[in-house]
Design a protein around this ligand. Structure first.
Ligand code: FE
Ligand code: ZN
Ligand code: FE
Length: 210
């Protein structure tokens, strides 16, 4: 790949992230409002503040390249946010179970961001864009921390409460759903570790599957 075309891919990736982050800024207040758990609501609100900074970093990087951050729509993020909306359409009453579903949806968003920032940071490294690589790494670490925070909120309360709610219903079935969500959260944590390692190597190597 010539240096020029890698540069094009880099700019495209940055614009994609910019669109993704802006979609997240629009969606996070709705998630915060919908959260039943105070800790989860606070988590979404904190990440909204971080996301504003992440958008500023992207503007700084893209404008530094003499380009406009606008003009691209991240379809991947559009789909992930759409899935989050479906949860609120299908589960109209706040509950621990709905919180567990919101956490799972939010973790998919964080993983998408972790993957894309990992690539962008690697492109910046390879193109010798040191300042940009540092900013992208900073955001990557915030996304990883947000993901871990969601895992701990799920493990420390929300999923357990959701599973307890299931026990009053048919034994086995409901509890199984609760357990599956718990496993999803732990899985998220483990994949996140892999994700971070692969982020450190950028897109040279896909995360190892077990
Ligand atoms: Fe973000
Ligand atoms: Zn995208
Ligand atoms: Fe994020």
């Amino acid at each position: 790949m010539s240096k020029e075309s890698l540069h094009d891919v880099y700019v495209d990736t940055l614009k994609d992230l910019y669109s993704a982050e802006r979609q997240i800024i629009a969606a996070l207040p709705k998630l915060a409002e919908a959260a039943e758990s105070d800790e989860l609501r606070a988590g979404f609100e904190k990440h909204l503040d971080e996301t504003h900074l992440q958008v500023q970093r992207l503007e700084q990087i893209i404008e530094g390249l003499g380009k406009s951050p606008r003009g691209k729509k991240c379809k991947g993020m559009e789909g992930l946010i759409e899935e989050g909306k479906h949860i609120l359409e299908e589960m109209t009453t706040p509950s621990a179970g709905r919180d567990a579903a919101l956490i799972a949806a939010a973790q998919r968003v964080e993983h998408y961001e972790i993957a894309t920032y990992g690539s962008a940071r690697t492109f910046a490294d390879q193109l010798g864009e040191k300042a940009a690589a540092k900013l992208l790494q900073q955001t990557l670490e915030e996304e990883a921390a947000a993901n871990e925070k969601l895992t701990s909120i799920a493990e420390n309360g929300v999923n357990r409460e959701a599973a307890a709610g299931d026990e009053g219903r048919v034994r086995g079935e409901g509890g199984h759903i609760g357990r599956m969500r718990g496993e999803g959260a732990r899985e998220g944590m483990r994949v996140h570790r892999t994700g971070t390692r692969s982020a450190a190597r950028g897109n040279r190597q896909p995360p190892r599957s077990r």
